[in-house]
Design a protein. Structure first.
Lengths: 282, 148
């Protein structure tokens, strides 16, 4: 915590996506501390509020690593910690291209009560989330998740496509999913004066995501899909706020999710840590 | 797929990623050893590009604010250089065509910790170029010449 206080908060230009990833990685040595929250409606059960804390660190300009801690509160039931995730994103190409690939590798150790809906894959449907927490948390899930992120920045717009493949390590079939996103700042030029409410600090976007079945039943049958419209507000002080109302697109999906997040980026965190271990400060 | 096959697949994938993104071979010759050698790698298409905001009265001031937000932490106050990144007031930078600087901003030098700034819209990158060009040359450690 002391290191965070000593690090400099820095401006980050974040897209409004909650689920989709673009090819922009964390700046090297910077740490981003994030909190995300999802309120979801639930037919056949109680509505819920799921949340995660995230530490995102730019190890190099081509590698970003992240740790997530997940939890949820189901109204009228209980509040439970639901697990952790360790995520890595790698940028294999050194230059910017029209389409930029990023490889994503994540290990998840969660329980069945996890409701953060960080991605949707396989045959994830709304009824899976209706089980009481006491029962659901008994199920352990250890998964490896791979994503191919293909993203473009073009004339101020970002377009991204994520293909998801997930393997539960307890000998279950591969599951698939997708996420698509498009976003654009409200202004293309920076203002010549300092301001918090200038249009260039706001980025609007839309994302579409859902499951694609599994190895044995690939397709849209018995899958859920969502459409969200989001706005990110990147403050010059290093804070970013995101808000995304999301709507289920079929009767297998939650009807409505309200997702929001707050994050703060600290530059120079890596240098602070390395100086700490060297035993000196410059 | 059995678990051991899955683990082997992950290890192979990870090794490939690390190999592909590993450190570059050391460039040959004194010119290419310079931290500024990347500027010379800018394609002619970019080198010949004129700054579309060259006559924009606000570009330098806006670029200065963007510089403080995104670049100053590594490149130092007014581009004088820092522990992590070189001075942008060096002759090599100041004499480079605006398009070459724009190309570096757009592509980064990811193997040498310079991030890709394509997430900034093109006009903002050109505003940064305007600001950098307004600074002029200076020896590291001397007072700045330009200010937004």
């Amino acid at each position: 915590m002391a290191l965070l206080l000593l690090s400099l908060p820095t401006y980050s230009q974040e897209n409004p996506y909650i689920v989709a990833y673009d090819h922009n990685l964390e700046e090297p040595g910077s740490l981003e501390v994030e909190y995300f929250s999802t309120f979801g409606t639930q037919r056949g059960g109680s509505d819920f509020h799921a949340y995660w804390a995230e530490l995102e660190y730019g190890a190099t300009a081509w590698w970003t690593t992240e740790l997530y801690l997940d939890g949820q509160t189901t109204f009228g039931d209980s509040t439970v910690f639901t697990g952790y995730r360790w995520e890595n994103r790698f940028r294999p190409l050194k230059n910017e291209h029209l389409i930029n690939p990023v490889l994503y590798l994540e290990f998840e150790n969660t329980n069945g009560a996890d409701k953060i809906l960080k991605e949707v894959e396989g045959h994830d449907v709304e009824s899976d989330y209706a089980e009481p927490n006491a029962l659901a948390r008994q199920e352990r899930t250890r998964e490896m998740e791979l994503k191919l992120i293909l993203s473009s920045n073009y004339k101020g717009w970002n377009f991204t496509e994520n293909t998801i493949a997930t393997k539960n390590l307890s000998n279950e079939p591969w599951e698939f999913g997708y996420a698509l996103g498009a976003s654009r700042p409200l202004a293309m030029k920076g203002a010549a004066h300092r301001c918090n409410f200038c249009r260039q600090h706001f980025v609007a976007g839309v994302e579409l995501y859902g499951g694609l079945g599994d190895r044995y039943s690939f397709g849209l049958n018995n899958t859920s899909h969502y459409l969200g419209t989001g706005l990110a507000w990147n403050l010059p002080t290093g804070w970013t706020f995101r808000l995304e109302p999301t709507f289920g697109l079929n009767d297998k999906s939650h009807q409505f999710l309200l997702r929001w997040g707050v994050s703060r980026e600290f530059s120079g965190f890596g240098s602070m840590v390395s100086e700490l271990f060297k035993g000196r400060r410059e | 797929m059995k678990l051991c096959q899955f683990v082997i697949a992950c290890v192979v994938l990870f090794s490939g990623i690390v190999a592909a993104a590993g450190p570059q071979e050391s460039p040959k010759g004194p010119e290419s050893n310079s931290v500024y050698a990347e500027l010379k790698k800018a394609p002619e298409k970019y080198r010949s590009k004129a700054n579309p905001l060259a006559n924009d009265a606000d570009a330098v001031a806006a670029g200065g604010i963007l510089f403080e937000e995104h670049c100053e932490e590594c490149h130092g106050k007014e581009g004088m250089g820092g522990k992590k990144a070189p001075s942008l007031r060096a002759e090599e930078v100041q004499s480079s065509p605006p398009g070459a600087i724009f190309w570096i901003l757009s592509n980064g030098v990811v193997r040498k910790r310079m991030p890709v700034w394509s997430k900034l819209p093109e006009p903002e990158r050109w505003q940064l170029v305007s600001y950098l060009k307004s600074l002029g040359t200076a020896a590291a450690g001397s007072k700045s010449q330009g200010k937004p």
